[in-house]
Design a binder for this molecule. Structure first.
Ligand code: UDP
Length: 483
């Protein structure tokens, strides 16, 4: 009697914690629920990669990691776009990736038969290598069905409109989605002369050749967008599997355990639902001027707050994308006396660089979240039922904010004034409105409904659980057929 060879999946995360975290969660599910082995093949973007390594080291035995050698970016100008740098980390890693994949294919007898390659939305460049070794490529789309729909429609929109999207008089209507104003479409398409715009068109062209999309969203969250994608109206003619919300369950990334203990201890001492959590994700940063407005606004609101503060940027709002940590001590940049005041009157707590976000969002004292609307942060808020103040900064965050405010009605969206700033009075008003106001109550109720829906889709017979089982089944059967 022969023992069946175990199924083995290779995963390639593109740079950035926001891509790695959901892939890790997917890997955990494949191991636990489907007994599939996973190997991460990790491109090195030349940054310290410390948080990535920390997270990957903490994983169970059935998940292994191969790190690729760092890529060289010396030829790039300083102001190169984030998306270009991510894309180049992938393409410049291809020869090393090919070697690693070959090793996995050759060690099938010990590590299991390689049944799929899973990459995120930046991973298109790996497809040819995967096919060379007979491994079908899948995309784990770590954002919304709406964004996937948008990428699908890009070639058509590109032909239809000669102007920049932000100058369109009417909002763009994507099948099954709330209308989106052109200026809220994702960053990479905001300048048609830039290379990243062509890159999105390139994605749209190559997506139809993927074996399937796993999407980190769920049907009840985006019923219209999924219907359009799955029934052909906006799909790539490729199977779509809504498997979300897959969110991190604990913090594996921390090395400043004491800071994190302090966060949670502070939360323990606050009244139920009273604290506004403020964080702009792993990459998000503000200008010095905006940082001041936020500090004063939070103070003026009279609400309790916990703020993950980073040093200000001079140019781009994604300054810590490749590094997570601020370069300088973020607290040096706060208005004079701010830190002392909030410490002495106990209204707020500042956290440097990185907070145990899951523990904070699941804590009973947390009553709201001022977020940059990164999709992971959004899903985590939904899973824990925390209503939002939406303050999108870059990537596709403005599109996410549109879903949260106009469609799901679980967030207040900040308005930028004529100086390009969100003013302190407004910030104070949003904070009070969310934590104490009638509007906040409404948003909280809507969020509670989404939280319940999220729990159901991930339960044993839930739609996302079934969707993942369906792909896992395909992967495992493929193993049987060919052996
Ligand atoms: N995160 C965290 N602590 C922080 C900042 C971020 O644990 O101080 C986690 C957060 O819980 C989420 C991820 O990092 O899982 C950030 O992903 P998201 O898509 O929200 O934003 P990105 O960082 O990619 O912009």
């Amino acid at each position: 009697e022969t023992v069946p060879v175990q199924a083995h999946v290779a995963m390639v995360p593109s740079p950035g914690m926001g891509h790695l975290i959901p892939l890790v969660e997917l890997a955990n599910r494949l191991v636990l629920q489907h007994n599939i082995r996973v190997t991460f093949i990790v491109p090195d973007d030349g940054s310290s990669m410390k948080p990535q390594k920390k997270l990957l080291e903490s994983l169970p035995e059935m998940i292994s990691t191969m790190f690729l050698p760092p890529v060289n970016f010396e030829d790039l100008p300083d102001n190169v776009k984030m998306e270009t740098r991510i894309e180049l980390s992938m393409t410049r890693s291809l020869p090393a990736f090919r070697d690693s994949l070959k090793v996995l294919v050759q060690s099938e007898l010990t590590t299991g038969r390689l049944v799929a390659l899973v990459v995120d939305l930046f991973g298109v460049a790996t497809f040819d290598v995967a096919r060379e070794f007979g491994v079908p490529p899948y995309i784990f789309f770590t954002s919304t069905a709406m964004e996937l729909s948008f990428i699908f429609l890009m070639p058509e929109l590109d032909e239809k409109f000669a102007c920049e999207y932000k100058d369109l008089p009417e909002p763009v209507k994507l099948p099954g989605c709330v209308p989106v104003h052109g200026s809220d479409l994702m960053d990479p398409v905001q300048d048609k002369n830039d290379n990243v715009y062509k890159w999105v068109l390139y994605l749209a062209k190559h997506y139809p050749s993927v074996a399937g999309f796993l999407v980190n969203s769920f049907i009840e969250l985006e019923p219209g967008a999924f219907k359009a994608l799955m029934e052909g109206e906006s799909g790539f003619g490729v199977p779509i599997y809504p498997v979300g919300p897959l969110v991190q369950t604990g913090s594996n990334i921390i090395d400043n355990v004491d800071d994190h203990f302090e966060c949670l201890k502070w939360l323990d001492q606050q009244p139920s639902g009273s604290v506004l959590f403020v964080s702009f994700g792993s990459g998000g940063t503000l200008s010095q001027e905006q940082l001041n407005e936020l500090a004063f606004g939070l103070e003026m609101s009279g609400q309790k707050f916990m703020w993950v503060a980073k040093s200000p940027h001079e140019r781009a709002s994604n300054a810590t994308y490749f590094g997570v940590q601020s370069i300088d001590d973020p607290f040096d940049f706060l208005p004079k006396g701010f830190l002392e005041r909030i410490k002495s009157n106990g209204v707020g707590l500042l956290v440097p660089s990185w907070a145990p976000q899951i523990q904070v969002l699941s804590h009973g004292s947390t009553g709201g979240f001022l977020t940059h609307c990164g999709w992971n942060s959004t899903l985590e808020s939904i899973v824990h039922g925390v209503p939002l103040i939406a303050w999108p900064l870059y990537a596709e965050q403005k599109m996410n904010a549109v879903i949260l405010t106009d469609d799901l009605k679980v967030a207040l969206r900040v308005q930028v004034d004529e100086n390009g700033l969100v003013g302190r009075d407004d910030i104070a008003k949003y904070a009070r409105g969310l934590i104490k106001g009638e509007e906040g109550k409404l948003l909280r109720n809507n969020m509670k409904k989404l939280k319940d829906a999220a729990a159901i889709v991930l339960s044993q017979d839930g739609s996302s659980t079934k969707s993942l089982a369906e792909v896992a089944g395909i992967w495992k059967n493929q193993e049987k057929v060919e052996n």
